[in-house]
Design a protein around this ligand. Structure first.
Ligand code: ATP
Length: 289
């Protein structure tokens, strides 16, 4: 079986507070984009999980979220036999694009289908949460408001369609590190996620744009100024808006035409500020998986 694991960007991201258990309470607008990893799964008669990937620096054992997802369902349903899994990564790693979480979600969906487990989307989302806070959203996909630690999901109408330019600089930011350098008590103004959601509900991109903000962006940009430089370049080249996704360092820009996005993509490649430059669109599954 072959499945695609789609990346997400955050149209808005706020961190509200640190809970007593150490997790942070967030309010974010998630949007799936058409940038994806490909996962091929093959049944084997020999029990066990054999994972291979095209990137030498990510683990292929139980530390990989694909492995965790497959193991979770195989254990619970006492699946005899094994799985050989080939993970082709195209989504940049540690980039704020939820690549690992999406791989886990796609693996849950694939194993459910391959072994006829008949779990509903909701049941897969529940199991996904034990792997990571963003996994339930990655099972759901589309445009959504995520609250709690990211697991309380409210589906939103598809955000107004536009073209998305993804630029990932060579620097890596771990999510843990990003939270550690976020000093909530010092943040004077938080993104207005409520108004952003209203803009989406009104299907009004112009009303959304002033509220498309990421609470991590000022701090991470101070540490890695290239993030701000990529953002400025996208704006100069005609982006309607540009900002950082997740805990960074990926920057994305929204454009209203394919010609404009191609010009910006070429300029970004020439600048050599981004290691990955990718032009794509939003993905809206309209309820289908
Ligand atoms: P998020 O947007 O959820 O913060 P991210 O883009 O920061 O995600 P990922 O690329 O999902 O980060 O994962 C980064 C870390 O997870 C790396 O340390 C990597 O070794 C580990 N990892 C485990 N499984 C995977 C996977 N399938 N793909 C990528 N990284 C994985």
């Amino acid at each position: 079986m072959r499945v695609r694991a789609l990346a997400k960007i955050n149209l808005g991201l706020d961190v509200l507070r640190k809970r007593e258990d150490g997790y942070h309470e967030v309010r974010m607008v998630m949007q799936t984009i058409q940038m994806y990893d490909v996962i091929n799964l093959y049944k084997t008669s020999r029990p066990g999980i054999w994972l291979r990937t095209n990137l030498p620096y990510i683990p292929t054992d139980e530390r990989n979220l694909v492995y965790k997802a497959a193991e979770l369902l195989m254990r619970e349903f006492h699946i005899r036999g094994g799985l050989r899994i080939d993970l082709q990564k195209f989504i940049p790693v540690s980039a704020g694009l939820a690549g690992g979480s999406s791989d886990a979600a796609a693996t849950l969906v694939a194993v459910n289908r391959m072994f006829h487990l008949h779990l509903s989307k909701k049941e897969l989302m529940k199991r996904g949460l034990s792997i990571g806070a963003d996994v339930p959203y990655c099972v759901m996909r589309g445009t959504a408001l995520a609250e709690g630690i990211g697991e309380k999901l409210t589906p939103l109408p598809p955000a107004p369609g536009c073209f998305v330019l993804v630029g990932k600089p060579a620097v890596n930011v771990s999510t843990k590190q990003a939270y550690e350098s976020l000093h909530l008590e010092k943040i004077a103004r938080h993104p207005d996620i409520h108004s952003l959601v209203q803009g989406i509900q009104a299907q009004d991109l112009a009303a959304m744009i002033p509220h498309m903000e990421n609470v991590f962006e000022p701090g991470i940009t101070r540490e890695d100024p290239v993030i701000g430089q990529i953002r400025e370049l996208m704006l100069e080249k005609g982006a309607l808006h540009a900002m950082m996704s997740g805990s960074g360092p990926t920057v994305f820009g929204l454009f209203d035409s394919w010609a404009a996005i191609q010009r910006a993509a070429n300029a970004l490649r020439e600048s050599q500020m981004a290691r990955t430059v990718f032009a794509t669109r939003f993905f809206n599954n309209k309820g289908k998986r």
